[in-house]
Design a protein around this ligand. Structure first.
Ligand SMILES: [Zn+2]
Length: 330
């Protein structure tokens, strides 16, 4: 009864026994209802604010701003806000492009599976929209950074056919390219014409670079481009380079002209859906051309994708021992 008395006193009513408690019931009920409304509203607001963030982490709609590995402070702080899945998903199901993107810290520390682990940074190319594959040979070099900057800025990617002697000097750049969703292909250890060396030497050219690429990117090589395009019909070369051999549709001749405008002109004159465009990321003029052509092609409606992505989107299988000049299809 003492509690009832205090409560009645607090509410400015006279205490007269158990009736006081009875009179208080509506007030208590009203207070409870108010509390529930406040809590409920708070939850609603939090959920409403959370959902867009969660979508941003998962979908990133073609940009690179949200979850770039290595710069993952944002991803790590946002990840816990993501609603937990009802069942534990296999993070690799249906997500072959970027299976190892999640920061290592997350992967090793996690007792709770992070639903973002294994999700691709970039959306799968839309097969109903035009696409091209920009390819850069003979690097990486200091100029590759400019190309990666513009690719990152526009949520685009390219394929880099690297050589071992350059990769040894610019390992971090190769790592960054891979993390941006770019593809790294084998262009031999030191750019040998494979038709002029022995089978053992061919294998050494390919295998030593494969090891360097794996170390830099954590990924296995799946494509090769033969130096000078030499050997695509050579049985010995094909027997010792066990990858699809990627040629090109448009040769910009950038290595010869070292001229930005002529590189741009070559692309503008010939580009069409399914093109593979050959450039070389050793040259400043080529980096400058990339800075112009990337936004230009995107404005024209092209998706800038890797070679493997383009062939997959077009339904054209890439097979070892075959060579490919384009993804035009039948
Ligand atoms: Zn080359």
């Amino acid at each position: 009864m003492e509690n009832g008395r205090r409560a009645c006193a607090a509410m400015g009513t006279a205490h007269d026994g158990d009736d006081c408690m009875a009179r208080m019931k509506p007030y208590v009920a009203a207070m409870l209802a108010m509390c529930l409304m406040i809590i409920g509203n708070g939850c609603t607001m939090r959920i409403g604010q959370k959902a867009p963030g969660a979508i941003g982490v998962i979908d990133v709609d073609g940009t690179t701003t949200s979850v770039r590995p290595g710069g993952d402070a944002e991803a790590e702080t946002r990840a816990p806000k993501t609603p937990k899945p009802e069942a534990t998903p296999d993070p690799n199901v249906g997500l072959p492009l970027q299976p190892t993107l999640s920061p290592d810290a997350d992967a090793s520390a996690g007792t709770t599976p992070d639903p973002n682990v294994g999700l691709p940074l970039y959306p799968t190319p839309d097969p109903n929209k035009p696409m091209v594959a920009l390819t850069f040979d003979d690097g990486p070099s200091k100029n590759t950074t400019r190309i990666l900057d513009v690719l990152e800025q526009y949520g685009a990617r390219a394929t880099f056919f690297v050589v071992g002697t350059q990769l040894e000097k610019f390992q971090e750049i190769t790592k960054r390219a891979s993390e941006l969703g770019c593809e790294i292909g084998n262009h031999t250890y030191n750019h040998k014409n494979l038709t002029k060396i022995s089978p053992d030497e061919i294998q050494e050219q390919i295998n030593s670079l494969n090891a360097l690429i794996l170390t830099a990117t954590g990924k296995e090589v799946t494509l090769a481009r033969l130096p000078y395009g030499a050997g695509i019909k050579d049985k010995t070369v094909k027997a010792n380079v066990p990858y699809p051999l990627i040629m090109w549709t448009i040769d910009t001749l950038d290595w010869s002209t070292r001229d930005t405008e002529s590189t741009l002109k070559a692309i503008r004159q010939e580009v069409k859906d399914g093109s593979i465009i050959l450039m070389h990321d050793l040259y400043e003029a080529t980096a400058a051309a990339a800075e112009t052509i990337v936004p230009e092609l995107i404005a024209q409606g092209y998706q800038l994708v890797t070679v493997s992505e383009m062939f997959a989107a077009k339904g054209i299988p890439l097979e070892a021992g075959n060579y490919y000049r384009n993804a035009f299809g039948q």
